[in-house]
Design a binder for this molecule. Structure first.
Ligand code: MSP
Length: 514
């Protein structure tokens, strides 16, 4: 049984609707999983919502709504619709209030209790409700959480503790021996430095409120929201279920996670606490945690709490969904912070999407309509274009599987530019003045159509709707649905069938209104 490529996004707090920072992670996950599907791999793509804890509870209370009703409303009216609008093809959506999650968290926790990794103790110290995190004094800036720029709260509670400190050395060994496990390098260095500084045991329950999963042996306490949330990655695929049953099979097929995509602010949870929990339970560890940077506004992390959050629809209503999906991965190296600017987005939309890509598609299909009666001419080939395409596929694949989206997209764009250059050099419109040169025009246009076939498939993970439109324009459907096309077959030249109907259709990227 081949293991699936299993990718997760963080599960998002439902204290508010998604902003483009959240969409950034989810789109990256969608692009990567679509790429892996196009490699012919079986894929499992999980996203969802983190619904327990004080942050969500306080928001529900402030809105005079019961927390479960609040979560139901936000999930159905805000989160799921936004992912649908952005064309996110997740295979599952987990909510931490679902019974499947709750029972498996309790079972896991009981297992750690029974094997001696949990004890009762007293927690006294700072806590940031925005982060839902116990802080160290050394984390704070003037008594404030450095992420939320707000004062922390001082907690004093008798809680249940997880023996996290026992895992500092095994985790250090893991990151030193297996650099792939935490990326990019800057993230790994941060985690290693943190582990070298020593790790304290972790309070994993709370007693001052009840919006959470009850600790199975102590009904006065609920499970700490991060301990609950991290387990979603395993509960969603059947953690702890009978290994012979259907869910057990699912677990065997998906576990361990191939890539956890996270923002850099939640790296420690994923690279320290989470693998320690799995080590304690003797479960295989995720293959890779990748921490991406932040979208910044005014040099600070964009966030709803600071009123700097931009809703994805504010951008997609102007530029369209595919340009949104393209822009952030193209403009910001994955792993670094980046600022969003309307000007930069408009400039790239016009020069890269509308001019380089969209115009190529309309020029080529218009010429096939004009010079070939809208029918694809006889097969032909061009050695240079073919070779360029072989290299492009290799470069793009190398980059995408390393999560270097920018290089992957650039290499596809380079091919697009090359094809534009090919048309400009060959000037089929000039040849058209001489009827004896019709064969040359046919060759040029067949080669251009083949290049568009390749571009449609290569861009499909990033811009699925645009690629589907282009596929339709060049008559690609006679080869099958574009979602079924495989990256490793793209460079095989001459797949489009001569005689297929080609039509110009609408512009892939319409001119922007001011
Ligand atoms: N609920 C936790 C995650 C639990 S995962 C077991 C959480 N939720 S969150 O809604 O606050 O954030 C989810 C993700 O969105 C994080 O990866 C975070 O980095 C990301 N982003 C939130 N704001 C962001 C930006 N401004 N820019 C990029 N990503 C941002 O944390």
């Amino acid at each position: 049984m081949a293991k699936a490529f299993y990718l997760t996004t963080p599960i998002y707090y439902v204290n508010d609707a998604p902003h483009i920072g959240h969409a950034y992670t989810t789109v990256a996950g969608d692009v990567l999983t679509r790429w892996h599907r196009a490699r012919g791999e079986e894929v499992w793509f999980l996203t969802g919502t983190d619904e327990h804890g004080e942050k969500v509870l306080r928001t529900a209370e402030a809105n005079n709504v019961a927390p479960q009703d609040w979560c139901d409303r936000l999930v159905e009216e805000a989160w799921k619709p936004v992912w649908k609008d952005l064309n996110i093809a997740n295979d599952d959506f987990i909510r931490t209030t679902q019974p499947r999650h709750i029972v498996r968290v309790q079972k896991f926790l009981q297992g750690l209790m029974d094997s001696g990794f949990i004890y009762e103790g007293k927690y006294e110290g700072p806590y940031c409700v925005g982060c839902e995190e116990f802080k160290l004094e050394s984390d704070l800036i003037d008594g404030n959480c450095p992420i939320h720029s707000k004062p922390v709260e001082n907690l004093s509670e008798t809680n249940w503790f997880f023996k996290l400190s026992e895992f500092a050395q095994p985790l250090l060994d893991r990151y030193r021996n297996n650099p792939e496990a935490c990326q990019p390098e800057s993230a790994r260095n941060e985690v290693v430095a943190f582990l070298e500084g020593g790790v304290q045991d972790l309070s994993i329950s709370r007693s001052s409120f009840s919006w959470g999963i009850p600790v199975p042996w102590d009904q006065d306490q609920v499970v700490y929201v991060w301990f609950d949330a991290l387990l979603n990655y395993a509960t969603a695929v059947g953690l702890g279920e009978d290994s012979d049953g259907e869910l057990g099979e699912k677990f065997k097929k998906t576990w361990p996670v191939s890539v956890h995509l996270v923002g850099k602010d939640i790296l420690r949870f994923h690279a320290v606490i989470w693998p320690a929990m799995l080590m304690a339970a003797k479960l295989p560890l995720p293959e890779r945690v990748f921490a991406h940077g932040w979208l910044l506004v005014g040099g600070e992390k964009m966030s709803k709490s600071k009123l700097t959050g931009i809703a994805p629809a504010d951008i997609t209503s102007h530029f369209g969904v595919d340009a949104f999906r393209y822009y952030f991965l193209r403009a910001i190296p994955f792993g670094s912070d980046g600022s969003f600017s309307w000007e930069d987005m408009a400039a790239r939309y016009t020069s890269e999407l509308a001019n380089d890509f969209g115009n190529l598609a309309s020029r080529a299909t218009a010429m096939i309509e004009k010079y070939c009666d809208g029918v694809l001419p006889e097969r032909s080939s061009d050695q240079e274009l073919e070779k360029f395409l072989v290299d492009t596929c290799r470069k793009a694949d190398d980059a995408f599987i390393k999560l270097d989206f920018q290089t992957g997209i650039n290499s596809i764009m380079e091919f697009c530019k090359r094809v534009n250059g090919y048309l400009t050099e060959k000037e089929p419109w000039s040849l058209a003045k001489d009827p004896s040169r019709k064969k040359e025009i046919d060759e040029i246009l067949y080669n251009t159509a083949e290049s568009l076939r390749a571009l449609a498939i290569l861009f499909y993970p990033v811009m699925p709707t645009t690629s589907e439109k282009l596929w339709e324009m060049i008559g690609g459907n006679s080869l099958g649905d574009i979602s079924q096309m495989k990256i490793f077959d793209v460079a095989q030249w001459g797949q489009l069938e001569p005689g297929t109907k080609v039509s110009k259709g609408d512009a892939l990227f319409p001119r922007l209104e001011d």
